[in-house]
Design a protein around this ligand. Structure first.
Ligand code: ZN
Length: 289
């Protein structure tokens, strides 16, 4: 059924597709291939008229540890995949190529997935870190197990928040500032209180609960479901979501460019574990100013 490697595509029930992140040995760290396969899997489910509801799940104890920071030659790797957006310049120099890559595979993919005209349900367990949030936030419904916890710690690395900056929309402005300023974990209970998580279930009940909800939704008219989704999404967008996230994305690029100029890497290496900073090739001696 599945011709992917980093994700599994399956149809566990009539009208329901399930896409499962399948790099548990890396805690489902997202490299370029995983993201393109995930995008292709979402497209497959979206374009299949027999599918009404899409589940996004993850193998292993943790949903996702975020972007794979150790992936080598990321800009060259972009040529291995058919790009989805119209932005270009993946092999240009400096900030131009970084912005191109992030526009395509981060904010670009997240917006695409958010606007798939079918209900999407995220089944979430364990840790969801930084870029991991960018996989669950575009989904319509988030059901989490009682061991789930959420964190965007990128302020530690000199960046203002992940590329798909939905924090204020997901948890409210004050909590967004707290979680970003402190890099503290957001518990699943608090995430539910704030409206980011729909339901909390015991870990062993996660898959069956999500599948049962998917099947319940799949009994309804797909046309009614897609109109409903569009109506709710437009309500958020009418409040300026898209414009504010474009500004946040530009600020995010400014931060990458700053650290690139100062240390030769995209993040503040003094906030990274030393071995990660070394693997990234950081020039740790600060530039004279
Ligand atoms: Zn970035």
């Amino acid at each position: 059924m599945s011709d992917f490697e980093s994700v599994v595509y399956e149809t566990p029930a009539e009208h329901v597709a399930r896409i499962v992140l399948n790099r548990p040995e890396t805690r489902n760290a997202q490299d370029t291939k995983l993201l393109y396969e995930l995008n292709a899997a979402f497209d497959r489910a979206a374009q299949d008229d027999a599918i009404k509801v899409i589940i996004l799940a993850a193998n292993g104890p943790h949903f996702s540890s975020g972007h794979d920071l150790r992936e080598p030659n990321v800009y060259e790797k972009m040529s291995e995949f058919d790009t989805v957006g119209t932005w270009c310049g993946f092999t240009c120099a400096g900030a131009e190529r970084q912005m191109a890559r992030e526009k395509e595979i981060y904010i670009g993919f997240c917006e695409r997935w958010r606007n798939i005209p079918k209900p999407t349900l995220a089944a979430v367990q364990g840790k969801v870190i930084a870029g991991g949030l960018m996989l669950i936030w575009p989904c319509d419904i988030i059901i989490a197990s009682d061991d789930a916890q959420f964190c965007d710690p990128v302020v530690n690395f000199g960046i203002g928040g992940v590329e798909f900056f939905a924090h204020p929309w997901e948890v409210g402005a004050r909590k967004a500032k707290e979680m970003l300023f402190t890099s503290d974990w957001l518990s699943v209970e608090e995430a539910k209180q704030l409206g980011m998580v729909n339901q909390i279930v015991p870990r062993e009940k996660l898959d069956e609960t999500v599948l049962a909800m998917a099947q319940k939704i799949a009994k309804k008219s797909l046309f009614a479901l897609k109109l409903t989704k569009e109506a709710v999404n437009v309500a958020e967008d009418a409040q300026g979501r898209v414009q504010s996230m474009q500004t946040s994305f530009a600020l995010h690029q400014l931060a990458h460019t700053h650290w690139l100029e100062q240390y030769g890497v995209l993040l503040d290496p003094t906030g990274l574990p030393p071995e990660t900073a070394k693997a990234l090739g950081a020039k740790l001696k600060q530039k004279e100013t």
